[in-house]
Design a protein around this ligand. Structure first.
Ligand SMILES: [Zn+2]
Length: 255
């Protein structure tokens, strides 16, 4: 049903007409097309400015700034619904959702008063899209921790300080890398575990970028894209013998 609905929206996009017949209008910035109905100009400006800032920061942080991803016909689309009710009705998302993205369509949806969208959801979802454009949308070699680590790395909030992670590790209240590497989103249930999963994922990406630099990280992504194999990409880029070697270096960094 949801797929059908999306297909219909997609078909009618060229006409820029939505279900309630009020046309979407478009606000353009260098890398974004913002679709809106009744948003004020100040709200559109704020969204565009923040989105452009994040675009620059994400591509710079990850070293992707020599690849000009999102210009002209390739701009990302942001749909800014007037209110939560319309957003929920259209996306089917739960009431706590402040925004969402369809990574392969480079599409982000949110609503005007969404809490935490500008600070956390927007950079998180944008990072997902930029990262996937780099490593390939259908690349099976990307574990969830890497995907979410790259996205969380861009949020304004701090998941766990390094010292907290070190304490948890000493207490044995820690997800081993082996376990982390096998985790899929459907398996994330208990809330404490979800928090720890994101904290460790964030920490792994932070470790790679802080210790070895952005250029290496780009090379790592290119190796992931070309080899489609995590262990090989880690070995080729960082000379980790295997995943155990990678884990013990990361643990040393935390401690
Ligand atoms: Zn995510």
């Amino acid at each position: 049903m949801k797929a059908l609905k999306l297909a219909i929206i997609f078909l009618f996009l060229p006409l820029l007409v939505c279900a309630d017949n009020q046309p979407w209008q478009i606000f353009k910035s260098t890398h974004f097309l913002i679709y809106y109905k009744n948003a004020k100009e100040s709200q559109l400006n704020e969204l565009a400015v923040r989105a452009e800032e994040y675009y620059n920061k994400i591509t710079d942080d990850l070293g992707f700034n020599r690849f000009n991803f999102w210009t002209w016909d390739n701009r990302a689309r942001i749909y800014l619904f007037d209110n939560q009710k319309e957003y929920v009705a259209e996306t089917g998302d739960p009431n706590w959702s402040a925004g969402r993205a369809e990574v392969d369509r480079k599409l982000i949806q949110t609503f005007i008063t969404a809490r935490g969208f500008l600070d956390n959801v927007l950079p998180h979802e944008m990072a997902h899209i930029v990262f996937r454009e780099m490593v390939g949308f259908n690349n099976p070699a990307i574990p969830l921790w890497l995907e979410e680590g790259v996205a969380s790395y861009q949020e304004q909030k701090i998941y766990f300080a390094k010292a907290d992670l070190a304490n948890r590790m000493k207490q044995g209240n820690f997800i081993s890398f082996d376990e982390l590497n096998r985790m899929e989103s459907a398996g994330l249930r208990a809330q404490d575990e979800v928090g720890l999963f994101y904290a460790e994922s964030f920490s792994l990406v932070k470790y790679l970028i802080a210790e070895f630099g952005k250029d290496r990280f780009v090379l790592f992504c290119q190796n992931l894209r070309d080899r489609r194999d995590l262990t090989r990409a880690l070995a080729l880029t960082y000379s980790f013998k295997d995943l155990k070697d990678f884990e013990s270096s990361w643990r040393k960094y935390i401690l």
